[in-house]
Design a protein around this ligand. Structure first.
Ligand code: PAF
Length: 283
């Protein structure tokens, strides 16, 4: 595995691969890798003949400075995992590499109603920061396919829209959420949970699964209230939002019939750690 710690090293490594006509798969990450990220690497190695990953804790997508400061950083373990799982090239830039002109006055994207709901509403500026870094990474790597986890459901929609608007010839592949054995969605932030919080956090996905069953027979409002009340009844858990949305517009719906595919999206504060999860309602 080639580890590139600056842009020039990455471009040199990619030049060689591109002249060999390789299909390049790209997995952008912020490190602190877990089985969810590794599943993205596996999707890429299965579909492409070269896999490039990036590890970059992108400061401009954190609306909360404490979250940026406490974001887990485990570079050595990450590199070992990537190498073991068939990644060919990893790009580990410094902030100056990605933002040579500084992190102020960046390009401003407007994703309309896709970004005014859920994560976009509760984390002002977050998706602009994601779009800025993903566009810059895409410009450098120029992958054929890029792999994203469906846990960040709204992020996938934003990235698809970015690619559409910028007319980038990149296929965005959304991969299923990977869960721990009790159902908790894999997240780099899980390591910050205390043992007690970790146990209680499992109630988030367990409630979403129960809601999936309830949705077979109950109206949408009943299911919505059930999720909010059940999670809030668990000590340490506090729902920031739970909404049931149309999977392509991300807009809230009030009847199951209002969407071809309805998805329930939740953000929960577990002590000082904020977790998100989602579930598709099959009816
Ligand atoms: O999902 C993430 O880890 C980040 O938002 C991403 C896509 C790597 C951009 O920094």
């Amino acid at each position: 595995m080639i580890v590139c710690t600056n842009k020039n090293a990455l471009l040199t490594a990619l030049d060689t691969l591109k002249t060999q006509g390789k299909i390049i798969g790209f997995v952008p990450t912020m490190g602190a890798l877990h089985a969810g990220h590794i599943s993205l690497i596996h999707h890429s190695t299965a579909e492409c003949n070269t896999t490039v990953a990036s590890i970059f804790v992108n400061p401009v997508q954190f609306n909360n400075p404490a979250d940026l400061q406490t974001y887990p950083r485990t570079l050595d373990a990450d590199l070992e995992l990537l190498e073991k799982n068939g990644c060919d090239v990893v790009f580990v830039p410094q902030v100056e590499d990605m933002y040579p002109e500084g992190t102020q006055n960046l390009e401003a994207y407007n994703f309309g109603t896709l970004e005014t709901v859920m994560e976009g509403a509760f984390r002002p500026g977050h998706f602009n920061g994601v779009a800025v870094v993903v566009k810059r990474l895409f410009d450098l790597v120029q992958p054929d396919k890029a792999f994203f986890g469906n846990k960040d459901f709204q992020q996938v929609a934003i990235v698809r829209e970015l690619v559409r608007r910028c007319m980038l010839p990149i296929e965005i592949v959304a991969c299923p959420i990977v869960r721990q054995s009790d159902g908790l969605a894999m997240s780099s932030r899980n390591v910050r949970l205390s043992p007690e919080e970790r146990t209680q956090a499992a109630k988030i996905s367990q409630t979403l699964f129960a809601a999936q069953t309830l949705a077979q027979t109950e109206i949408l409002q009943t299911v919505k209230q059930y999720v909010i009340d059940t999670i809030n009844a668990v000590p340490e858990l506090e729902v920031e939002y739970f909404d049931i949305v149309d999977n392509s517009t991300l807009q809230s719906i009030s009847l199951w019939e209002d969407a071809e595919q309805a998805v329930g999206c939740v953000a929960v504060n577990v002590g000082a750690v904020r977790l998100i999860d989602n579930i598709a309602f099959m009816r």
